[in-house]
Write a protein that binds this ligand. Structure first.
Ligand code: HEM
Length: 420
């Protein structure tokens, strides 16, 4: 989605707002609509093309309230608007489980994903990123940086999950095809044929890893899932597979988008780039700002489990509520100057990783790889510009970029490597 400030686009009216239509995320921006909703209709109903009604919350406080209240707002029905009819994996995989079962799957996998673990992996991740950025520079001229950013999740978490390096590139492409099957960058036929193929390709790789870890357990997520005790029993083969799939999808569909939006934001704002270059200690803060700025999951869906009052609206059980993370992260009630990309922002309680019991378990490896990427850019790049049309992902769920032509200038040879 374009990151246009509402003031720079024609003002929407409530009757023209459509948060569902995936095409609106390709060629325009929802920031104007989100601001209008925050101000005038903080609890707002819309219908999907198949006639399901969903309620939208766009204010930071309402989004937080919904996501924190997992007793009244469940995840098992599905967490994205693309499957309002119910997700077939509901109740069987970490992100689509409610407590208490959810805790039994989540708790044992947390240590593998901690900041402590990410620090342990950091030297290897740094070597790989250094090489990737160097190769890009060596290619010279204008190159599409989405090829680079798509490599990041597996570099950060491929080993942690248990995916062999030989499969990283395919897994990343098919995971994106799985989340945006009708985007021209990933479609291999109709949306349903692409989705079917993506699942088949991913499940083939994952099943092979699962078979291998049965024989030779390693220190990774797949091995951990195989040995979980979920209330006196093990996960069955299908549940292990679905959980592996959730970890892959969680990593691949989000991390590259933060990197791509970061590169785009810095390319369009040379003053921000100069600020981080002059002060590499700002790298962690710049990454948090990129997370807020990009908000790669536009929304998270929940279904009410009981009668509940949401703002001024009484909802019965079984109602769908979309918590718009992208809108909450621009709420002027919380963020000063929210439409400004400020790499030195100090107060930044963004919700890019969600909040509550399902808050992103992969946040530490994601933050680590994004920091390493930015540090490498500072070490290796003198400057860079957007050098062609930027293309945005066709999805109401993921705020993605599928084409990012960048022309970069390397630092002069005698300075290279000073900061890395
Ligand atoms: C910048 C990168 C990332 C962003 C913005 C992000 C965002 C999110 C969000 C918003 C949620 C909450 C979902 C919900 O409440 O329904 C989530 C959950 C999750 N994420 Fe991430 N994610 C990122 C990276 C990763 C990585 C690298 C991994 C894997 C290594 C991962 C794996 C997961 C998993 C397994 C869940 C489900 C956790 C649960 O339900 O308890 N994510 N992520």
């Amino acid at each position: 989605m374009r990151m246009a400030e509402p003031a720079s686009t024609p003002p929407p009216t409530l009757d023209t707002i459509d948060l569902y239509d995936p095409q609106r995320y390709v060629d325009s921006s929802q920031h104007g609509a989100w601001r209008l909703l925050r101000d005038q209709a903080p609890i707002w109903a819309q219908q999907t093309p198949d006639g399901s009604t969903f309620w939208s919350v766009t204010r930071y406080d309402d989004v937080t309230a919904v996501l924190l209240d997992d007793e009244n707002y469940g995840s098992e029905h599905g967490t994205i608007l693309a499957v309002t009819g119910g997700d077939p994996a509901g109740g069987r995989t970490i992100n689509l489980m409610d407590r208490p079962r959810h805790t039994r799957v989540r708790q044992p996998t947390i240590p593998l994903m901690s900041m402590h673990a990410a620090r342990r992996h950091a030297p290897r991740v740094r070597d790989r990123i250094r090489r990737i950025v160097r190769d890009r520079l060596a290619a010279g001229g204008v190159t599409d940086w989405t090829e680079l950013t798509l490599a990041l999740p597996m570099v950060a978490a491929g080993d942690v999950i248990g995916i062999p390096e030989s499969a990283w590139s395919d897994v990343s492409r098919w995971a994106m095809a799985g989340v945006a099957p009708d985007d021209p960058a990933y479609a291999t036929g109709s949306a349903s044929a692409t989705l079917h193929r993506a699942h088949l390709e991913l499940f083939t790789v994952l099943n092979e890893v699962i078979r291998d870890r049965h024989r030779r357990p390693q220190d990774d997520v797949v091995s951990e899932l195989l040995h979980l005790d979920v209330g006196g029993r093990r996960l069955d083969q299908q549940e292990v597979l679905l959980n592996c799939y959730s970890f892959v999808m969680g990593a691949v569909t989000t991390t590259p988008q933060v990197a791509a939006h970061l590169v785009l934001a810095l390319a369009e704002r040379p003053e921000a780039w100069h600020t981080v270059r002059a002060r590499p200690d700002l790298v962690p803060r710049a990454v948090e700002e990129a997370l807020r700025w990009a908000s790669p999951t536009n929304h998270l869906l929940r279904r009410t489990l009981a009668p509940v009052r949401l703002g001024e609206v009484d909802l019965g059980p079984g109602e769908l509520v979309a918590a718009w993370i992208g809108a909450a992260n621009r709420d002027e009630r919380i963020f000063t100057d929210p439409y400004r990309f400020d790499p030195a922002r100090t107060i930044n309680p963004h919700l890019a990783f969600g909040v509550g019991v399902h808050r992103c378990i992969g946040a530490p490896p994601a933050q680590s790889v994004l920091r390493i990427l930015l540090a490498e850019m500072i070490g290796q790049l003198d400057g860079f510009e957007v050098a062609g049309p930027v293309v945005h992902l066709r999805s109401n769920f993921i705020n993605g970029i599928t084409q990012l032509p960048i022309d970069c200038r390397p630092v002069p040879a005698r300075q290279a490597g000073v900061l890395v």
